[in-house]
Design a protein around this ligand. Structure first.
Ligand SMILES: [Fe+2]
Ligand SMILES: [Fe+2]
Length: 349
């Protein structure tokens, strides 16, 4: 497979080439003279200090051509949440910290190798919608971390692209594209949005309700920006303290968006209540059936399903059939009639 390496100094280029050259055909450039001309690489590895202003402008200058490379692995300096979020905002599909372990780097490249023999071609419009969606979610997370304003209009516009892509190209195309090219919370938010759109379409929602639904899906986990990645992406079982921390995210999301004139009360309600169950066993408010709106019921089913079928490096991807069985088993918590309609979305579409 062909991999293009871009780094901010020649030594980093040499190290990265050394790690992957045995397995892949490697081309490389240093960032200051990078152009990615007629490259055609299947993956890019970008190892730059993204806190340096010069690097940011150099990356921006090549961002359009970089975006044509399906997998973009950023290797970043520094620890903490912000550089990771910045890397995603600059177009990363995956992030590793510098110096990357050889095994981790090859593992990130492996799905692209597999993708070279795809079970079906993913359409360009789907890829485009996934990139726009991921960039929007990354920019929202970065805004929450920096305490700046969330770009609500941008997120709704990206949600609309996702809606068009799912309507035109189907849910399966969307799931494949997102699972292959994105990871973590971004993958999850993109999956929930696509699943919710398809669910909304199968329920025959009108355009106003559909827009409400995909917008709610884009924003629903924005409160997770306040939770450390070590907890959010922990492979094993969470302890009580960690679980309690995770459970603060709906109220945190509500707090972030509350008072934003561009967010409707219905969307705000969905952000706060997407983990409530009809039997009152959910959080944060322990609402019961009559207080849970239709849009929230639809979003909650989409959210659980998407979380189950996510691709994670530490666990096998759950088949859609198995995920649907789990939803069916959540009796009393989810609206039965809706779960029934969801069958077609989960299994066939
Ligand atoms: Fe959530
Ligand atoms: Fe979620």
């Amino acid at each position: 497979m062909s991999v293009h390496v871009i780094a901010d100094d020649a030594a980093k280029v040499a190290v990265l080439r050394g790690l992957i050259e045995q397995r892949h055909v490697v081309t490389s450039e240093t960032l200051s003279s990078a152009s990615i001309k007629r490259n055609g690489a299947e993956a890019a590895i970008v190892a730059v200090d993204i806190a340096a202003p010069d690097n940011i402008s150099a990356l921006k200058a090549i961002s359009a051509r970089l975006a044509c490379i399906p997998k973009r692995i950023f290797v970043i300096d520094g620890k903490g949440r912000l550089p990771i979020v910045q890397a995603y905002a600059m177009g990363a599909t995956h992030v590793l910290t510098n110096p990357p372990a050889k095994a981790a780097l090859l593992a990130k490249l492996a799905p692209v190798e597999a993708a070279l023999f795809p079970d079906g071609e993913i359409r360009a419009t789907t890829m485009e919608a996934a990139s726009a969606g991921a960039a929007s979610i990354a920019s929202m997370f970065s805004a929450v971390i920096n305490g700046s304003a969330v770009d609500v209009g941008g997120a709704i516009a990206a949600g609309s692209k996702i809606a068009n892509s799912v309507a035109e190209n189907g849910l399966s195309d969307w799931l494949t594209a997102v699972r292959r090219h994105h990871e973590g919370t971004y993958q999850h938010c993109l999956l929930v949005t696509g699943v919710a759109v398809d669910f909304g379409l199968s329920l025959g929602l009108g355009s106003v309700d559909l827009e409400r639904l995909y917008s709610a899906a884009m924003f629903h986990d924005i409160g997770k920006a306040r939770i450390p990645l070590a907890v959010l992406d922990k492979p094993g079982k969470l302890d009580d303290g960690e679980r309690a921390l995770i459970q603060t995210h709906p109220a945190a999301g509500f707090e972030v968006l509350e008072g934003n004139a561009a967010i409707s009360p219905e969307i705000l309600d969905a952000v706060r209540h997407h983990h409530e169950y009809l039997d009152g066993s959910g959080y944060p408010d322990g609402l019961c059936a009559e207080s849970i709106s239709d849009i929230v019921r639809v979003l909650t089913i989409s959210d659980i399903f998407a979380a189950l079928i996510e691709h994670r490096s530490y666990k096998p991807t759950m088949p859609r059939e198995k995920a649907y069985e789990i939803l069916q088993g959540m009796q009393g918590k989810l609206e039965k009639a809706l779960v029934e309609v969801f069958r077609d979305v989960a299994l066939n579409r």
